[in-house]
Design a protein around this ligand. Structure first.
Ligand SMILES: [Zn+2]
Length: 303
């Protein structure tokens, strides 16, 4: 192949990050820069400048993969489902290809997490990987044999806007979601969702991290909130296991740092999985916050 390095770009809403990976996955370069929200042309130009600077610094040219907070609509070729709303309706892949003078591969940021972890992360070598981001929102992606599954509508893995399965009566109808449905997994399993659940149970508004900290100190109410969270996460993932039957489920995002999830959730998800036993592994993303940008680089996979 003509390019000795792989370049990943994380095209976030308020920041741009670029990375260069050697063929063995070693990180050769990384730079992050804030970008003005809403300035589409400015962001395209900034990617061009940052990639040029990267290539000059590393002394090599690279393939470019880009992780985006949305998806390219197969129907229109334009961005959809982006929380950075100024991207919606834009031909981002073509505009970036023009700015960088080469073909560019684009994927949803959750798909990039899945690619990163399936390539050289917590799910390295696994055939079927489901990776979920549990953070300010909830997104997820699927990788099969090292490649992201995009899907006919480019929504494969969009688990966050399914309703929480096996809802109990006291959970119905669930919070209203910005997508206009009720009880979406995102409204329940995101950080703000955990905060809301704790507030509804206790009257106190604290962050998910604070809930986890209190539970670790033996706080009974915080412990109860995390038990509810784990039960709901187990139900949500059992639903995925029944459909996709992945080898590994990887968790990323801020809430994935709660180490108790990796023992408590698999201990209860088999109540809902239709199988005599469940050998699916639940793992924390190995590359943490870097998984999105690394996965973007690996959109040009190893030969
Ligand atoms: Zn929703």
């Amino acid at each position: 192949m003509a390019h000795p390095i792989r370049i990943g770009v994380d095209f976030g809403g308020t920041k741009l990050e670029v990375i260069a990976l050697a063929p063995d996955g070693r990180e050769l370069y990384r730079k992050r820069a804030p970008t003005p929200a809403g300035d589409y042309d400015g962001q395209i130009a900034a990617v061009g400048r940052m990639v040029a600077e990267l290539e000059q610094s590393v002394g090599a040219t690279g393939t470019v993969g880009v992780g985006i907070p949305g998806a390219l609509s197969p129907a229109t070729g334009l961005i959809k489902n982006a929380n950075s709303t100024w991207l919606i309706g834009r031909p981002l892949d073509r505009d970036l290809a023009r700015a960088l003078n080469r073909p560019v591969r684009l994927q949803n940021d959750a798909n990039c997490l899945a690619v990163s972890e399936a390539t050289d992360g917590a799910a390295a070598g696994a055939e079927v990987v489901f990776a979920a981001i549990l953070g300010t929102g909830v997104g997820a992606g699927i990788v099969i044999h090292g490649r992201p599954l995009t899907g006919r509508n480019a929504i494969a893995g969009e688990w966050g806007h399914n309703q929480l399965p096996w809802m109990r009566d006291d959970e119905r109808p669930g919070p209203t979601c910005y997508c206009r449905l009720h009880g979406c997994i995102e409204t329940i399993l995101s950080g703000p969702g955990l905060t809301r659940d704790h507030r509804e149970a206790t009257g106190r508004t604290i962050s998910a991290e604070q809930v986890a900290g209190l539970a670790a100190q033996g706080d009974v109410e915080a412990e109860a909130t995390l038990r509810r969270y784990e039960d709901r996460l187990a139900r949500g993932l059992a639903h995925v296991i029944n459909i996709l039957d992945p080898d590994v489920v990887v968790l990323g995002g801020g809430l994935s740092n709660m180490d108790r999830l990796y023992t408590n959730v698999p201990a209860i998800w088999d109540r809902w999985v239709f199988s005599d036993r469940v050998d699916t592994q639940l793992k924390k993303a190995r590359h943490g916050d870097s998984s999105g940008v690394r996965g973007a680089a690996w959109l040009w996979p190893p030969e």
